[in-house]
Design a protein around this ligand. Structure first.
Ligand code: BG6
Length: 483
């Protein structure tokens, strides 16, 4: 695909995300020839770096985090696009200087006025930066303009709406690219096309054949150094409102024909509109809130959440979340989607399991037969597997057998490569559109309130385990278990 020449304005150029993800992604796209012919990258930060310092930072980031080895022979050409501009985002006067700097580089590198603004900054800076970009005239370009924003997009329904209102004063919805890095993961992008070309799956893809859907995003890490943010956000804001609900949408997004980006957006919106709200009085039946306690991982003692640095005394913040969801549409009516996520769990694993119905299981001559499973592993491995029933060696009873295909991870692009490439091409398919974000917050809002008012039990679970028992019960009640 043809990519327009452009300026990439990066706010937060000396930040952690830039070093870990953004520079390596840009470099790998460059190696693959997926960069514009004429490109200017303007990195902004408060630290007083020179151009040489900046280039050294990028080089180090590539050496540490790039999935490909850095090749000396073309590194200079890559770096030549990058300039650093010392900048305080809160000083409105400095935006005029920024404008002049961007224009100077545009003329030096023959770049037309196409400007992509990437705000890799603290959430509270997003609004003022957008406003100042507008007031300074920087966004008043002869070509196109685009905005990439990182999560979190608001902290509840109200603040998300407010933020969106402010952003859309300057950028149109089509110009806003809200990052949800789960949507950049290759296996998540595969979901949309995994079912359609496989009739053995697509013919079964409905509530008559499927018993339930299970989506797990479990992590081994704890709160780490992020208590300041996490102790207020909790798993519900950190993982559920964005990543898990996006996985629900992508899994439920079944359609017989190839969809256009616009149709995908509309379908996802329709799924969120069909997602049954959880009433306050039914919440204890459908939602499990948990927090890790001291435990053990790899034979090492692990402190409980309340003992972690920066966590409020007696914090009732959720580090674990599980729920039973229903999508009231023709494909999914009546069958549960179970979602769960948590920190300090036994394993790092993001996966989607589809459990099929199986009436044979009840036959006497089908001893040992179990339900068929379709297993989609997203992270850390990428694989697709099927569980089927085969007779055992003595030909007496059934035993489950597994058919599995694993992708070669070395050949897979990182989520940020996919996302930056799409944003540079102007394709917003795998970004969180406002309709989805708003409906996700709307669905989550009553749960946020129940957590805040402490009307739901907070279940403890030992670090290094599978999470609270209450989450197991959620499925047992329906005759299922977590896979
Ligand atoms: C981030 C959350 O969005 O996703 C983190 O803020 C979490 O708390 C991370 O650890 C998980 O991402 P991944 O790609 O490792 O599953």
């Amino acid at each position: 695909e043809m990519m327009d020449d452009m300026t990439f304005v990066l706010f937060g150029a000396s930040g952690d995300l830039a070093k870990r993800k953004i520079y390596p992604a840009l470099y790998n796209l460059y190696i693959e020839g997926k960069m514009p012919h004429a490109l200017s990258v303007v990195g902004l930060g408060r630290r007083p770096y020179t151009k040489e310092d900046f280039h050294a930072i990028i080089r180090e980031s590539l050496e540490t985090f790039s999935r490909r080895d850095v090749k000396e022979e073309n590194l200079d050409e890559f770096l030549e696009a990058f300039r650093y501009f010392i900048f305080d985002a809160m000083k409105t006067e400095s935006y005029q200087d920024l404008k002049a700097f961007i224009e100077e580089r545009e003329s030096e590198r023959s770049v037309p006025e196409n400007r992509l603004f990437y705000l890799s900054v603290a959430p509270k800076l997003v609004e003022p930066i957008t406003e100042s970009l507008h007031e300074s005239g920087i966004t008043n370009t002869a070509g196109w303009k685009r905005l990439i924003v990182e999560k979190p997009f608001g902290s509840d329904l109200h603040s998300a709406r407010h933020l969106n209102d402010e952003l859309t004063k300057v950028f149109q919805e089509e110009e806003i690219f809200r990052i949800d890095h789960y949507l950049g993961k290759p296996m998540v992008q595969n979901l949309e096309s995994l079912i359609r070309p496989n009739p053995i799956l697509s013919s079964l893809w409905n509530h008559e054949q499927i018993a339930n859907v299970q989506i797990t995003a479990s992590e081994t890490v704890g709160v780490g150094t992020r208590a300041g943010y996490y102790d207020k956000a909790g798993a519900i804001r950190d993982m559920v409102q964005n990543h898990l609900l996006q996985l629900v949408m992508m899994t439920a997004l079944h359609h017989p024909e190839k969809l256009t980006p616009k149709q995908i957006e509309e379908k996802k919106k329709a799924i969120m509109e069909s997602l049954r709200p959880i009433d306050e009085n039914e919440m204890p039946q459908h939602v499990v809130r948990g927090q890790y306690e001291a435990g053990e991982m790899n034979a090492e003692p692990i402190p409980g959440y309340l003992e972690e640095d920066g966590v409020a005394e007696n914090s009732n913040n959720d580090t674990y979340f599980a729920a039973r969801l229903y999508i009231d549409n023709n494909y999914w009516k009546g069958i549960p989607f179970y979602i769960r996520t948590g920190k300090r769990l036994e394993k790092k694993s993001t996966r989607i399991i589809i459990e099929f119905k199986n009436e044979v299981e009840e036959d006497e001559d089908a001893q040992g037969a179990v339900s068929n499973l379709l297993m989609i592993e997203i992270n850390p491995n990428e694989s697709v597997g099927l569980r089927i029933n085969l007779k055992d060696d003595g030909n007496e009873k059934f035993e489950p057998a597994y058919i599995n295909f694993s992708k070669n991870l070395d050949a897979q692009p990182e989520a940020y490569e996919n996302l930056l490439n799409d944003a540079m091409l102007g394709n917003s398919t795998y970004f969180a559109h406002w309709s989805e974000v708003e409906l996700s917050w709307k669905w989550v809002q009553p749960i946020l309130e129940a957590f805040e008012n402490d009307t739901l039990p907070l279940h403890g679970y030992k670090a290094g385990t599978d999470g609270p028992e209450a989450a197991e019960k959620l499925l047992n009640e329906d005759g299922f278990t977590w896979w």
